[in-house]
Ligand binder design. Structure first.
Ligand code: SF4
Length: 387
């Protein structure tokens, strides 16, 4: 086992005592979460995928809406990708939704929707990593499988006073080995849930509530007074500022929506004509803004790029809004523009690009910024007043 000395204080009797204290604490403090109610693999799997990179508070309404629309794995497997993405819209990291659909199809085809019972088989499925496999196996089937996620990573790092980066390869090996070392033989699901809740409610990123922690006497960071320094904070990513355009090109009261292709950001989602400003210095703040005229060279740039991408000759009519948002390390200032189409007869619709009336926007899964622009255009008569 890696980093053996770190584990030394936790012999079998110590671990039994720790589990007993955790069980007592969990009986009083367990979080009431909708996916814990049934104990079935399908809702547990959906919730765990949604919870990757996303908070519990943000996930709960999405989870309920998703399960209401796709109550069984069979109904999910028969769904269209657009429908699944529409129910994921706003949660971000859309590859998770595409992988959920792929996995549902595989499971229904190969095992009539029954989940496999080993980590290796589960991690062979799209979008299921070691943590999700451990959660499904232990929560749904009480199979002894360890888990390490954001909350337990912090908790274990502190219990071990592990001062290096726990996200690096050696840290991961150490924490997974520790998770396995702690695992009971029975009631594994509630044990794993209790350590996640402890990390979330007590061993918080800042100001952990050590006086009320049931594992305080097994915590080396507490003994050393280092609980605030462990784990070390990840370096913030270097932020890059970019300007992008979103063009609502209107023809006959309808707007062009395009589906983002595989391999691109937001693959599978639909959007207005969107592209970055390239080969240009950053646009000064004063160039855009409600009521301000757009500089001629930017108008030309946008009109030419729309033509290159779609074959549409457009005329930018006006600035609609600026949306500021962040995607990974990019801070984006999205300039939303309204345009008229001068050559609609030369444009052919296809499976991935349609003219869509504002009343139909809700049938398409859109990026968050696309949805905001759609809402703007849906306001009564907006498009008629603007052109
Ligand atoms: Fe976390 Fe404090 Fe408990 Fe240690 S004693 S596990 S730092 S809450």
């Amino acid at each position: 086992m890696l980093d053996e000395p770190l584990f030394e204080s936790l012999d079998s009797a110590t671990r039994s005592g720790l589990r007993r204290r955790l069980k007592t604490w969990y009986a009083k403090r367990a979080r009431s979460l909708p996916w814990r109610e049934t104990g079935e693999a399908y809702p547990i799997w959906i919730s765990e995928i949604m919870l990757q990179q996303t908070t519990v508070t943000a996930v709960v309404p999405y989870f309920e809406k998703f399960l209401a629309r796709f109550p069984t794995i069979h109904e999910l497997a028969n769904a269209e990708q657009d429908d699944v993405l529409r129910h994921w819209e706003g949660l971000g990291y859309y590859s998770r939704a595409r992988n959920i659909l792929k996995t549902a199809k595989v499971l229904v085809e190969e095992s009539d929707g029954v989940f496999p019972r080993t980590v290796d088989e589960l991690t062979a499925l799209p979008g299921i990593g070691r943590y999700t496999a451990g959660a499904i196996l232990s929560f749904a089937f009480d199979i002894p499988a360890p888990i390490v996620e954001a909350n337990t990573l912090r908790l274990f790092s502190r219990m071990l006073a592990y001062e290096d980066d726990p996200r690096a390869s050696r840290g991961q090996k150490t924490l997974w080995a520790f998770a396995e070392h702690l695992l009971p033989r029975k009631e594994v699901g509630s044990f794993n849930q209790s350590i996640m809740d402890l990390g979330s409610l007590v061993c918080t990123p800042t100001k952990p509530d050590c006086p009320n922690c049931p594992v305080q006497k097994n915590c080396q960071a507490f003994a050393l007074g280092k609980q605030e320094q462990i784990p070390p904070k990840a370096a913030p990513p270097e932020i890059t500022q970019v300007v992008e355009f979103s063009v609502a090109a209107q023809h006959d009261g309808q707007f062009l929506l395009r589906q983002n292709p595989e391999g691109q950001r937001w693959a599978g989602l639909w959007d207005f004509i969107r592209f970055p400003l390239e080969d240009e210095p950053l646009v000064p703040e004063s160039v855009f803004g409600s009521g301000k005229p757009l500089a001629k060279r930017f108008l030309n740039y946008v009109e030419k790029t729309v033509f290159k991408q779609t074959g549409l000759e457009v005329q930018i009519k006006r600035f609609l809004a600026e949306q500021k948002h962040t995607v990974t390390r990019y801070q984006i200032r999205l300039q939303c523009l309204l345009a008229s189409v001068e050559n609609p007869g030369e444009f052919t619709e296809s499976k991935t690009q349609h003219w869509v009336a504002p009343t139909e926007f809700d049938n398409y899964p859109l990026s968050t910024t696309g949805r905001k622009l759609a809402r703007l255009l849906q306001k009564d008569g907006t498009q008629l007043r603007l052109l």
